[in-house]
Design a protein around this ligand. Structure first.
Ligand SMILES: Nc1ncnc2c1ncn2[C@@H]1O[C@H](COP(=O)(O)OP(=O)(O)O)[C@@H](O)[C@H]1O
Ligand SMILES: N[C@@H](CCC(=O)OP(=O)(O)O)C(=O)O
Length: 302
């Protein structure tokens, strides 16, 4: 079966949303409309018989915002922001999920939770128990109690963690929402000739060289860590789709098998990676995406 079409049948799905998806970039406040849509999409997936695990960032950003802290917090200030923001983030998720009587659970992880064998075993059992109870786990790093070397650190954090979680629970699919449509042959913000990569069957050195650092001030890790995350996911037998979280309905399109985002296929070494033709540069794709978004909002946001 064609790799995109196969996405329709995926049962256990991990979805990672970043700070840029759950908050407004300009003000730092929670994007209630997007979060509400996101929760409805998740409930619909549950209604289709799928198991969903959310990896959600946002604690530091939300905490920093309500505490009125300027700039990028560090050390214990960052930890305090996370402690304040995590509660608020969960409160919003709880509120929206509760409207549909869907139970959720907060799971906060450190590196040790995943890399220490005993902790890993226990964490896995907890996830299995929660999924068997039809609960939606909402996962984040336990930033409040960990310093950078024990937590998921400053580099890549929740991208890396979502792939580790996907591997831990044996997910069929990891959907990673970014601030960009997917992987390009180079950072498209710096190189307008960068071509879009539709499907990755092999994560080789050439592909790794395509991924550069973060494009925005608040971004963590950029494409480098996403490619690393994809490597972890596919090695564990989990397909990964990297897509733009700007339009959250994109999750439905991905699940419908549409050619959206970059798909990293697990166990597909016999194929060449698929890239857009040279004429379809970043600008062309960005223009096409904007057109699609305008059409969608004209149709009432679907
Ligand atoms: N090859 C590449 N393809 C796509 N984006 C890239 C690439 N190399 C670097 N980037 C940058 O990585 C950014 C996405 O990573 P990041 O800033 O961490 O965002 P987020 O946390 O929202 O996912 C993009 O906006 C882009 O500027
Ligand atoms: N654990 C942190 C998230 C760190 C992180 O990876 O953020 P992001 O790059 O927005 O996904 C928080 O909740 O603020």
């Amino acid at each position: 079966m064609e790799a995109r079409e196969a996405l329709r049948g995926k049962k256990r799905i991990v979805i990672k949303v970043g700070t840029s998806t759950v908050t407004y970039e300009k003000t730092g406040y929670i994007n209630l409309e997007k979060m509400e849509k996101f929760v409805r999409i998740l409930i619909n997936l549950r209604n289709q018989g799928k198991e969903v695990i959310v990896v959600s960032s946002g604690a530091v950003g939300i905490g920093k915002n309500v505490l009125g802290i300027e700039g990028r917090p560090k050390g214990s200030v960052k930890q305090a922001c996370a402690a304040v923001g995590q509660g608020r983030l969960m409160m919003i998720y709880e509120k929206f999920f509760a409207e549909y009587s869907q139970l959720t659970a907060q799971v906060l992880l450190t590196r040790e939770s995943v890399y220490n064998e005993t902790c890993r075993r226990h964490a896995k059992k907890t996830f299995e128990e929660l999924l068997a109870m039809n609960v939606v786990p909402i996962v984040n790093a336990n930033d409040a109690i960990t310093v950078d070397e024990d937590s998921y650190g400053n580099f890549g954090d929740n991208d890396t963690m979502s792939a580790d979680v996907a591997a831990l629970v044996g997910a069929d699919l990891l959907i990673m929402m970014s601030d960009i449509e997917g992987l390009y042959t180079d950072d498209p913000k710096l190189n307008a000739k960068a071509r879009f990569v539709h499907t990755v069957y092999q994560i080789d050195e050439r592909l790794e060289r395509m991924g550069k650092g973060a494009g925005s001030e608040l971004g963590t890790g950029g494409m480098t860590t996403k490619i690393e995350a994809a490597r972890t996911a596919v090695a564990a037998g989990t397909d990964m789709v990297l897509a733009n979280g700007d339009n959250i309905y994109i999750i439905n399109d991905i699940m419908a098998g549409k050619r959206i985002g970059t798909l990293f296929v697990s166990g597909g070494v016999e194929h060449e990676n698929e890239m857009a033709p040279e004429k379809e540069t970043y600008r062309g794709i960005a223009r096409h995406q904007r057109k699609m978004e305008i059409q969608k909002s004209a149709a009432g946001g679907r």
